[in-house]
Ligand binder design. Structure first.
Ligand SMILES: Cc1ncc(COP(=O)(O)O)c(C=O)c1O
Length: 1001
C-alpha cells in the first residue's frame, strides 16, 4: 500500500521519497523523506472525506503564512498542476483525497522531556498567538457539529453508562454537571475560529540534544471549528496537566504564556477547569466506546490511563485554581480583592488595637533563613526549641512582631514538604504577622466580625486554639482574619456565627501547653476569600507559589494600624548580590550553574537557599562531617570565648590534634606542620622535599591540582596548562594520569600499572637532561580534577620505587581522598599499598574552617629544621587545632568512614545499573564517596559528552541536587558528598539522574 502512495507522490508532486506511515484516527498520514533529506507529510484522507474540510485547512494555513507564528504551521505544497489537493484511487479502487505538507522539526509533546514550566509558557504563547491570528479567519466549513467540538461535549451525557466502574461514572457525571453549570457563561463568550485539537501529539517540541525545549509546531487543523478561544487553551491544558506532580504550576505557566500574547478575561479563566475536565471526560468516554467497537485493541484502554489517573487523583480546587490563574495573568486574585484592599488601606490607623496597645513601636524580629538560626536542625524542630523560638528578641520588650512574607526553616514537619525526599520542595514563607507577647494576653477584634471557625487544633506545632472571623466592608465585600495559637478556652466562649464587636477582647494567647507548643504568640493572617481554602488556611507558602499566596493572603499590617513595609520581610536580593559580586571581584572567580544559587544555611548534607529551598549537597567535600555540625560549632564557639593564639606558645589542643592525626598514620610519620590551606600545605611539602634532597625537580601527573599559590600552580598542570595559564616550568616534568578508562593503557592491559609508572623513568631522564636533580614526585593519590581516577593497583608502588631510587621524595596529596572518604581506606595511599614520605591534608579536616596539614618523618623534619624558623600566624592556632581534632573525632564517633563505604557501595551499584541502561554513561568509577561518572557520546568512540555533563549538572540542580563536573573535557560528573549522606539521599540521586539522562536525548 505504501508503494502505491509513493507512486502517487511522485506522479502528482514530482517528489521521490520513502514513506513511513504515522498514527492517525481515520486518515492515512505518511512521513515522506527524500534522499536529499527533505521531509514532507503526505495526507491520504479517508474515503468519502469532505473536500471542504481540506479546503478549510488549506486556507487556514494560508491565513497564518505571513504571520509571525508562521513557523509553527506547515506549508501546503502544491501539486505539479498547482493545486493543493488531488483525488487518487486507493488499492481498493476507492477515491481518496491527497495533499502534501512541509514537515516541521521536533517531536510530539507527548514524547518530549523535560516538560518544564518554560515549555508550558512557550506553548501558551503559541496558542495565544494562534487564536489571535485565527480571530480573523473565516471559512464555511468551520460551522460544524462533531464529537470533538468542546461546546458540544454534552453528547457524552447519555453515553456515561458505558463506564462500568460506578465511581468513575459518578466522577464523570460530576464533571458533566460542572460543565453544564458553566455552559451558559461559555455561550456568552465571543466565538472565533479555533484550532480545537491542541493535544499532546499535535504539539511539536524541539529535540536538540541537551538544549532547552521550545514549541516548534501546532499541527493538524482537521478539527478546527468556531468556539470561544478559551476552548483551545483548555484542550491543551487537559494534556499539559497529565502525568506531572505540579499541574497547578504548569497551568499557571501555560495560561500566563497565552495571556502575554492574547490577554484573557477573568470569566474565561474561571471556566478553564470545567472545560479541561470535560475534554478529558470526552476523551475517556470516546475511547471506551471505541474499545467496545475494537475489543482486541489494548491501546485504546492504555491510552486512557493518564486521563483517569489525573481525573481520579488530582486535588486541585476549582476556585483556588481560578484564583491562581488570575494572579498568573496579573489580574486581581478575586473580583472583590481590589475593593477590600482599598478599604483596609483607608481604614489603616482606625482599627481597634489588636493587642490592646499601639504596635507602632513594637520591634520586628526576624526568624528568616538568612537572619536567624532557628531551628538548629532545619529538618527537625524539637519541642524545647519551639518553646523558645525567637527568645533573643523577647529579652527587652513585652511585644515583638514576626515578619510577613518571611522564609523560615522552623516548619519542619513532613506535612510542609511536597515530595518524599528531604530535599523535596517545602513550604517556608510566612503568610501572617506574628505578635509575640506574654501568654494569656488578650486579643481584641480589630473590627466587627462573625465567628466563622473556632476550634482547638491539638497536634504538636499546630495552632491550639484558633478563630477565623468573617468581616464585611461597607460595600458588603467579605474578607476573613485568622487568629492562631490561642488559649482553647475560646472554644467555649465563642459560637459559630456569633458577632464579635470592634475592640472586643474575644480570645487570649495560649501557653505552650495550649498553643501547639510554641513560644506564646498570635499568628494573625488575612485572607481575601476562603473559597478553595475553607477552614484550613496554609499559614506558610511554597516559595515558588509565593506570588499567588501573597495575593490571596496579603500583608495584614493595615489591620494592626501599621505600614506594610514595617512588617513585610524583604530578603536579600540575589540579583543584587550577583551584580555587586561582578562589580567587586575579578572575572576569573567562577560561579557554578547557569543560574547561580545562593546558600544561607546548611545541615549535614543539605543546603538551603535564601527562600529556604532545600538542596541535597552531593558535591561539597569541605563539610566532611556535614554542614553546621553542632560539635564543630560548639568547640569553635567555646574556644573563641577563651582566646586564640599561635604556635609560639604552648597549648595542649595543638599536641592533642597532632596526636590524633598521627594515630591515623603508619609509624614512620612522626611530625605535623599546621598551615591554613591545601595550597599552603603543598607549598610547604615542596620546601620539605627541597630541604631534604637539596633538589628541585618534580615529577607529577598531568591534569593535577595542588592549589592556588605560585609554587602550587607550578606543579598543577590543570592550572598551568589551562587557557591563559603560566605554562610548564623547567623543574616540573609530567607523566600521564593513570587513567585506565581513557588513557593509553586500558583495563584490558594487565601491565597497565607498570606501563604508566614507567613513564616516570622518562620524566626523570628529561629532568636529568636539563641538569635538574630530582626532588620528588607529587600526586593526588586519586586524581580528582583529572576526572575522579582510581589508578590501577600497583601504580604508586612502582612509581615510588623509581622516585626513591633516583633520590626523590614521594609526596601524597590526600586533600581529596583522606580522612575516611574512600570507605575502605582512611587514606588513598593505603589502597596503593605504599607509605609516602610526605602527606598533605586539607579542607575536609576543618569542616569549613581553613586548615592544612603536612605530615612527614622525623628525618625530613630535621632537614627542614636546619633552615630558618617555620612560622604561620594562623596555622596551628588553638582554634584551628580544636576544630581539626573535633572533626577527626566525629569521623570516628559517628562511624563516617563506614557510612562512606556503605553509601558508596549503594551509589556505585545504582550507577552501574544506570550505566547498563544509558548509552551515555561510559564509565562509572570510584570508591566510597569519591565517585566519577564519565559521560560520552557513545561507548565505542568514548567521545567526551561535555554538553551533556553541563546539562545534567544544571538539571540536577533544578531538581535540587548539587554535583560537579570535572576532567580535561569537563565531561565527568563528580559525586563527592559530605560523609553523612544517607540511603534515601543516594536513592534520590539515582532516581533523578535516571530521569535526566532519559530526558536529555
Ligand atoms: C588535591 C588538592 N590539593 C590541594 C588543594 C588546594 O587546597 P586549598 O584550596 O585549600 O588551598 C585542592 C583544592 O581543591 C585539592 O583538591
Amino acid at each position: 500500500m505504501t508503494l502505491h502512495w509513493t507512486d502517487a507522490l511522485a506522479q502528482h508532486w514530482g517528489i521521490q521519497a520513502r514513506l513511513t506511515q504515522l498514527a492517525g484516527e481515520y486518515d492515512l498520514n505518511f512521513l515522506a523523506e527524500t534522499l536529499a533529506g527533505e521531509g514532507y507529510i503526505l495526507k491520504v484522507m479517508r474515503p468519502g472525506c469532505n473536500r471542504e474540510l481540506i479546503e478549510m485547512q488549506v486556507s487556514a494555513l494560508a491565513h497564518v503564512r505571513d504571520q509571525p507564528l508562521a513557523d509553527l504551521y506547515p506549508e501546503v505544497i502544491a501539486t505539479l498542476q498547482g493545486v493543493a489537493c488531488v483525488s487518487c484511487l486507493d488499492t481498493d479502487g476507492k477515491p481518496r483525497l491527497l495533499w502534501l505538507l512541509s514537515r516541521l522539526p521536533g517531536r510530539s509533546y507527548a514524547q518530549s522531556a523535560p516538560k518544564t514550566h518554560a515549555l508550558a509558557g512557550d506553548l501558551g504563547r503559541a496558542i495565544g498567538a494562534t487564536d489571535r491570528v485565527f480571530e480573523t479567519f473565516r471559512h464555511p466549513a468551520l460551522d460544524r457539529d462533531f464529537k470533538w467540538h468542546l461546546m458540544q461535549a454534552l453528547w457524552i451525557k447519555p453515553e456515561l453508562g458505558v463506564i462500568s466502574d460506578p465511581d468513575r461514572r459518578r466522577l464523570l457525571q460530576d464533571i458533566v454537571a460542572d460543565f453544564s453549570g458553566v455552559l451558559g457563561q461559555l455561550q456568552n463568550l465571543p466565538t472565533q475560529a479555533v484550532h480545537n485539537d491542541i493535544n499532546d501529539y499535535n504539539i511539536l517540541v524541539s529535540d536538540e540534544f541537551c538544549a532547552p525545549r521550545r514549541i516548534t509546531g501546532l499541527i493538524d487543523l482537521g478539527d478546527m471549528c468556531i468556539a470561544p478561544r478559551i476552548c483551545d487553551l483548555a484542550i491543551a491544558a487537559a494534556y499539559v496537566v497529565l502525568e506531572r506532580s505540579d499541574p497547578e504550576e504548569a497551568l499557571e505557566a501555560l495560561v500566563a504564556g497565552y495571556h502575554a500574547e492574547n490577554p484573557l478575561l477573568s470569566v474565561e479563566l474561571d471556566v478553564l477547569w470545567p472545560l479541561l475536565q470535560m475534554r478529558l471526560a470526552v476523551s475517556v468516554v470516546n475511547s471506551t466506546l471505541m474499545a467496545q467497537a475494537h475489543p482486541d485493541d489494548p491501546y485504546v484502554v492504555i491510552s486512557q490511563a493518564p486521563a483517569w489517573q489525573f481525573l481520579e487523583n488530582n486535588n486541585l480546587h476549582p476556585d483556588l485554581l481560578s484564583a491562581r490563574l488570575r494572579v498568573a495573568c496579573g489580574l486581581p486574585v478575586t473580583s472583590s480583592a481590589p475593593a477590600i484592599e482599598k478599604y483596609l488601606d483607608q481604614m489603616r490607623g482606625h482599627f481597634a488595637p489588636l493587642m490592646g496597645v499601639d504596635l507602632d513601636h513594637a520591634p520586628m524580629g526576624s526568624l528568616s533563613v538568612e537572619a536567624s538560626c532557628w531551628p538548629q536542625n532545619p529538618f527537625d524542630l524539637p519541642a524545647a526549641e519551639a518553646a523558645r523560638v525567637g527568645q533573643e528578641f523577647a529579652d527587652n520588650t513585652p511585644v515583638w512582631l514576626g515578619y510577613y512574607n518571611e522564609p523560615r526553616l522552623i516548619y519542619t514537619a513532613p506535612a510542609f514538604r511536597k515530595g518524599r525526599w528531604l530535599a523535596s520542595d517545602r513550604r517556608t514563607v510566612h503568610l501572617g504577622i506574628d505578635i509575640f507577647a506574654a501568654q494569656g494576653g488578650w486579643v481584641h477584634a480589630p473590627l466587627t466580625g462573625r465567628v466563622h471557625v473556632v476550634e482547638n487544633r491539638t497536634a504538636p506545632l499546630d495552632y491550639g486554639g484558633v478563630v477565623i472571623l468573617a468581616h464585611d466592608t461597607p460595600d458588603d465585600q467579605t474578607f476573613y482574619t485568622l487568629y492562631g495559637h490561642l488559649n482553647p478556652e475560646v472554644c467555649e466562649k465563642l459560637a459559630i456565627g456569633q458577632l464579635v464587636q470592634t475592640g472586643e477582647a474575644f480570645c487570649r494567647l495560649g501557653d505552650i501547653t495550649q498553643n501547639g507548643g510554641w513560644a506564646p504568640h498570635l499568628h494573625f493572617q488575612l485572607a481575601l476569600t476562603i473559597d478553595g481554602i475553607g477552614e484550613d488556611w496554609p499559614g506558610v507558602a511554597d516559595p515558588d507559589a509565593r506570588h499567588f499566596w501573597t495575593q490571596l493572603c496579603p500583608n495584614p499590617a493595615a489591620l494592626l494600624n501599621l505600614p506594610d513595609d514595617k512588617t513585610a520581610y524583604v530578603p536579600t536580593d540575589k540579583a543584587q548580590v550577583l551584580a555587586d559580586r561582578r562589580a567587586q571581584f575579578g572575572d576569573n572567580l567562577a560561579l557554578s550553574y547557569a543560574e547561580p544559587v545562593m546558600f544561607l544555611r546548611g545541615w549535614k548534607h543539605h543546603l538551603f537557599d535564601e527562600w529556604g529551598r532545600p538542596y541535597l549537597d552531593a558535591y561539597n567535600n569541605v563539610p566532611h562531617v556535614g554542614h553546621a555540625h553542632p560539635r564543630v560549632q560548639a568547640v569553635a564557639a567555646d574556644q573563641l570565648k577563651r582566646m586564640n593564639s599561635n604556635t609560639r606558645y604552648l597549648h595542649p589542643a595543638r599536641t592533642a590534634f597532632a596526636e590524633k592525626i598521627l594515630s591515623k598514620f603508619p609509624p614512620s610519620f612522626e611530625v605535623c606542620y599546621f598551615v591554613n590551606s591545601g595550597s599552603e600545605a603543598n607549598e610547604l611539602a615542596l620546601r620539605l622535599a627541597r630541604a631534604h634532597t637539596s633538589a628541585k625537580g618534580i615529577v607529577t601527573p598531568d591534569h593535577g591540582y595542588h592549589g592556588n599559590t605560585t609554587g602550587a600552580v607550578e606543579i598543577s598542570a590543570y592550572k598551568f596548562n589551562a587557557a591563559g595559564g603560566i605554562g610548564q616550568v623547567d623543574w616540573v616534568e609530567l607523566v600521564d594520569v593513570a587513567d585506565d578508562y581513557r588513557g593509553r593503557f586500558g583495563r584490558d592491559d594487565a601491565q597497565r600499572a607498570q606501563n604508566y609508572a614507567d613513564q616516570v623513568d622518562h620524566a626523570i631522564a628529561r629532568l636529568g637532561a636539563k641538569n635538574i636533580p630530582l626532588g620528588g614526585f607529587i600526586a593526588e593519590t586519586f586524581p580528582s580534577v583529572g576526572g575522579q581516577i582510581i589508578p590501577p593497583k600497583g601504580y604508586l608502588r612502582a612509581v615510588y620505587g623509581k622516585i626513591r631510587a633516583a633520590g626523590g621524595l614521594c609526596i601524597a596529596d590526600e586533600v581529596q581522598t583522606g580522612l575516611g572518604r574512600l570507605g575502605d581506606y582512611y587514606f588513598g595511599f593505603e589502597h596503593q599499598d605504599v607509605v609516602p614520605d610526605v602527606v598533605v591534608l586539607g579542607k575536609p579536616i576543618g569542616n569549613g574552617h581553613p586548615i592544612g596539614v603536612v605530615v612527614t618523618t622525623r628525618a625530613i623534619a630535621d632537614s627542614f629544621a636546619k633552615g630558618p624558623e617555620f612560622f604561620s600566624t594562623f596555622g596551628g592556632s588553638v582554634l584551628s587545632c580544636r576544630i581539626g581534632k573535633e572533626v577527626l573525632d566525629i569521623v570516628d564517633d559517628e562511624e563516617l568512614q563506614n557510612n562512606a563505604q556503605v553509601m558508596g557501595e549503594r551509589l556505585l551499584a545504582g550507577l552501574y545499573r544506570l550505566q547498563d541502561k544509558h548509552a551515555f554513561i561510559g564509565d562509572v568509577r570510584g570508591m566510597g564517596l569519591f565517585i566519577g561518572l564519565e559521560l560520552v557520546t557513545d561507548k565505542v568512540s568514548k567521545t567526551e559528552a561535555t554538553n551533556l555533563a553541563s546539562y545534567v549538572k544544571n538539571r540536577m540542580r533544578a531538581h535540587r541536587i548539587l554535583l560537579g563536573s570535572e576532567g580535561p573535557k569537563d565531561n565527568i560528573l563528580k559525586i563527592r558528598p559530605p560523609l553523612t549522606i544517607g540511603a534515601d539521599d543516594v536513592d534520590m540521586i539515582l532516581m533523578v539522574l535516571d530521569d535526566i539522562l532519559t530526558e536529555a536525548v
